[in-house]
Design a protein around this ligand. Sequence first.
Ligand code: ADP
Length: 398
Amino acid sequence: MSTTVLVINSGSSSIKYQLVDPATGDAVAKGIVERIGEAMGDIKHVHGDQVTEERLPVPDHEVGMREVLRLFDTKGPTLAQANVVAVGHRVVQGGEFFDGPALITDEVRDKIEELCPLAPLHNPAHLKGIDVARELMADIPHVAVFDTAFFQQLPAKTATYALEAETAKKYSIRRYGAHGTSHQFISREICQMLDRDDLKQIVLHLGNGASVSANLNGKPIDTSMGLTPLEGLVMGTRTGDIDPAVVFHLARMGMSIDEIDTLFNKKSGMKGLTGEADMRSVREMINNDAAPEAQKRARAAMDVYINRLLKYVGSYTAELGGLDVITFTAGIGENDAAIRSELAEALAPFGVKMDEEKNTARSSEPRIISKPDSTVMLVVYPTNEELAIARLAQPFAS
Ligand code: ADP
């Protein structure tokens, strides 16, 4: 009989869930509870062709989780029918304690709480989901899967900031990375696809949040996100790399730390440069000749976006001592052929050759999009963080 893992991603005002068969990769059912804590919440539950949408008050995560379990009971599949053997919880920050998934005991739960200062927006929200799920599904093992775990393998030379050592130690300041579950999943899938372990790989996870990793023979040696997911690439609403002195300057100009935090994390990136965080909207602006001012602004923002990508690819190639494969993944990486094409064009002097027909062909399958004689293979590979979490949680099944 096949088994499933219930994957839960609990945010501050939402609970996303997916029931995954780790053997086949199928999402048996999935859904989302949104607007938790507001006057009215929204719930969507999808099982096969059957979509259930409800609007009702969801004052807290406990009510939210009870509603999810009610929908499994009434709309199917029941958790017993689905043979759920583990619950996998996504956790953003695992600090230096977790270099892999962990069975959630009271001690592990308290460690996740201890790490809240390093991820003040995420870990407290995960804990709300973890606490109620453990209570409501007490007979199933619960497993925490950390976004940072894969990057605990980073060598000290890339994990360390050149910050005065005592302060760094006192406040646990180092580079933790993020999106690790996706980078691990993709880099391993590529090794399998090409049937090679000895690969110099760059993975570009380009979603709303975006990050790069450099992977040598299956291990990460560098990644663009740091203490928090703010560092690195230009993102939907985040600055990515910026001179830290901009913070001092803005503070001296009268902005509060919280205002600067919001400015850098929520109002910058593509949104800050163009007014739009969503890459599809930016693309529309670039293609719209009828609004030349907006078009110019969007094109200039795209130049910043691509240039940052190029810088990372260049520096990671040097760190890896060469490069075999670049893989594009996540919403933008998988769907925006123009960004892939522009990056390949910038890398053409190094012998990178894109096959434009393959690049622009509509497909949701993993595929090679470079020419056979390209010095670096270019691949599009859809990420699947829920499947990755399910696979990491399954070994803890009772
Ligand atoms: P996250 O999980 O970080 O929220 P996703 O991986 O879902 O992000 O990616 C969201 C991004 O993908 C958005 O910027 C969206 O515009 C972009 N995206 C989705 N489809 C396309 C498309 N066809 N062309 C360009 N960008 C796309």
